[in-house]
Design a protein around this ligand. Structure first.
Ligand code: PEP
Ligand code: MG
Length: 590
């Protein structure tokens, strides 16, 4: 018998109140499946391999039968995979590897497919290259069958509340597309990329409830209030009724805010702050428009190919994606950030995800400069789209720049692309700006130098906080130490603003810090005139700004910058702007 009204408290990281059935994501731990065998085990391994082949073929047949007749393409792909499974040469080579190298079936499959992959890669033919991902899918299916494990997360039904220990950004994209109504994740910081993706899908989310995946089961009724971080499992009828009332109040509040979202964020003393949107997918442009965005301050391009990393090299993909963005947007400028992979953002099939310290490793611009062909494909694709449609202003920026050399190298790649396109006979529009994302303390400290070579700055406060404080932005165990308003960070930001103003270049903040009303006030008090944030937060921050006087905010910010702790700074702002801050947030009394 389930206990009624079981309460859990976590951190609400994406607001919203929803009622739904739990869908618990279960997964088994990965173990190393490679092992040596002795000659007596050879036939056993060959039998295991043959069974896995049969099971793989049958599974594909079953999936094929489930696809309706009007979806010929997936059926076609599945047939190609079946043909690979039946390929006699492949079977022969795996069996020979088991026999001669005395390795288990899993290892033999890997070894054989690696050889095939090298062979395919050496042929300069698009069709052959495409087959590499098919090889990977087939080998995964076989290895999964051998170990009896399931590497893929099951797809939740629409309206489910997904409950998981942790989710990668790539997995979040997969499940987010299923129109789920909420998420409860045990592990994950407020500004982790998983949460950023969930924000793009506007999924109300709570993090940090320990062992919730064992506390609730699939099918349990859940009330999720991500505004207060509260989760209630198996509620009784009265409780459901109470939550329904809350939901309606929250909805009415949001709708009221939305009605005013097209109005500018003009302070009581007549200063206007420009509010733009952060988007992770092109189709979010609609949400940006409907929530009153006045530009796109950050388009995170990496999610376009995170589930198909090989696509990153496809210039056409970047071209089409950018063109769609440019064609569907009437707001300007559009700020496109070149791909930012690594850290906590790995493609599902990444080969580079096993670094000891990914956040300090081959990430962002470092990876892009190492994989210049990808960066070039992306920049060429973006530029070709802009050549075709340049009705709005385009800004391109590079993430996680740590030094002058890095920024200049990235710009060199940009100029290489421009020169190639000129030689190919294109006219390049002249209103493209190239900017630096300021996300590292080193970049803040040399912001005066960077400003001489940049057309604009955009402060990525999520990473700036992580790298200044040495606090992993994904780790909920230390989330209380993740303080974007730490006096040290405010000093770094202040220095950067000064550099931008001296060089007369625009500066904006596009990290999630700006979604917090107190932080938004401090940023504008320090002289930031452009904020960019996920669309859902825009109406709230616009309302806040309409309720304050900039001159007063500047005065209080000056005092705040003298304070020793983030806590003191927060209290100072609450004391002075309590009403405006409260009015921008949802409140309900019961
Ligand atoms: C940031 O770090 O603040 C930022 C905007 O980039 P991302 O969140 O994608 O790392
Ligand atoms: Mg960043």
């Amino acid at each position: 018998m389930k206990i009624k009204n079981q309460y859990y408290q976590g951190n609400g990281v994406i607001p919203g109140i929803v009622i739904g059935r739990a869908f618990v994501i279960e997964r088994e731990k990965d173990t190393d499946t490679h092992s040596h065998i002795v000659s007596q085990q050879v036939e056993i391994e060959i039998d295991r391999f043959k069974n896995a082949l049969k099971k793989g073929f049958d599974e594909l047949e079953m999936i094929k039968n489930k696809i309706s007749a009007d979806h010929k393409d997936p059926g076609h792909i599945l047939e190609a995979h079946q043909m690979m499974i039946q390929d006699e040469e492949l079977q022969k080579q795996v069996i020979e590897t088991i026999r001669h190298e005395l390795v288990n079936a899993e290892w033999a499959i890997n070894k054989t497919l690696e050889k095939w992959k090298t062979l395919f890669l050496s042929v300069d033919d698009e069709y052959m290259q495409e087959r590499i991902s098919d090889l990977k899918f087939v080998s995964r299916r076989l290895i999964r069958n051998l170990s009896g494990k399931n590497n893929y997360i099951a797809q939740p039904p629409p309206d489910a509340i997904v409950v998981a220990k942790e989710l990668s950004p790539a997995e979040t994209i997969q499940i987010g597309k299923n129109a789920i109504s909420g998420m409860v994740i045990e592990k994950g910081g407020k500004t982790s990329h998983t949460i950023i993706i969930a924000k793009a899908f506007e999924i109300p989310t709570i993090v940090g409830i320990k062992n919730i995946t064992t506390e609730v089961g699939t099918g349990d009724l859940l009330l999720l209030d991500a505004n207060s971080g509260q989760l209630i499992a198996n509620p009784d009828v009265e409780m459901v009724q109470k939550y329904r009332t809350r939901m309606h109040k929250a909805l009415a509040f949001e709708q009221n805010l939305l009605k005013q979202s097209a109005k500018p964020a003009k302070t009581k003393d007549d200063y206007t702050i420009k509010i733009s949107a952060n988007i992770d997918f092109v189709n979010e442009i609609e949400a940006a428009n409907s929530h009153g965005a006045e530009g796109i301050g950050l388009y995170r391009t990496e999610f376009l190919f995170i589930n198909n990393f090989r696509d990153a090299l496809d210039e056409k993909l970047h071209f089409k994606d950018t063109l769609k963005l440019l064609e569907s947007s009437s707001i300007s400028p559009i700020t496109i950030r070149t791909f930012d992979l690594g850290g906590d953002k790995f493609p599902l099939e990444a080969d580079f995800s096993n670094e000891p310290n990914p956040a300090l490793g081959l990430r962002s611009i470092r990876l892009a400069l190492k994989e210049r062909t990808i960066l070039k494909s992306q920049l060429r694709g973006i530029l070709r789209a802009y050549i075709k449609n340049h009705s709005v202003e385009l800004r391109i920026m590079f993430p996680l720049v740590g030094s002058m050399e890095e920024f200049l190298s990235a710009k060199e790649v940009y100029w290489e692309c421009i020169n190639e396109l000129l030689q190919e006979g294109h006219d390049i529009p002249d209103n493209i700006s190239i900017g630096t994302m300021i996300e590292l303390p080193s970049a803040c400290m040399i912001s005066d130098h960077l400003a001489t070579k940049s057309d604009f700055f955009s402060i990525g406060s999520n990473d700036l906080t992580q790298y200044s404080l040495g606090i992993d932005r994904n780790n909920d165990m230390i989330s209380d130490l993740y303080q974007p308003l730490h006096p040290g960070i405010l000093r770094l930001i202040k220095r950067t603003i000064k550099s931008a103003k001296n060089a007369k270049i625009p500066i904006s903040v596009c990290g999630d810090t700006a979604t917090d009303p107190i932080a938004a006030l401090i940023l504008i008090g320090m002289g930031i005139e452009n904020l960019s944030m996920p669309p859902a937060y825009i109406p709230h921050i616009k309302k806040l700004i309409r309720n304050i006087e900039l001159r007063k905010v500047e005065k209080i910010t000056e005092q705040a910058l003298e304070m020793q702790t983030a806590k003191g700074i927060i209290q100072l702002f609450i004391k002075n702007f309590e009403e405006a801050i409260d009015d921008s947030r949802l409140k309900y009394s019961e």
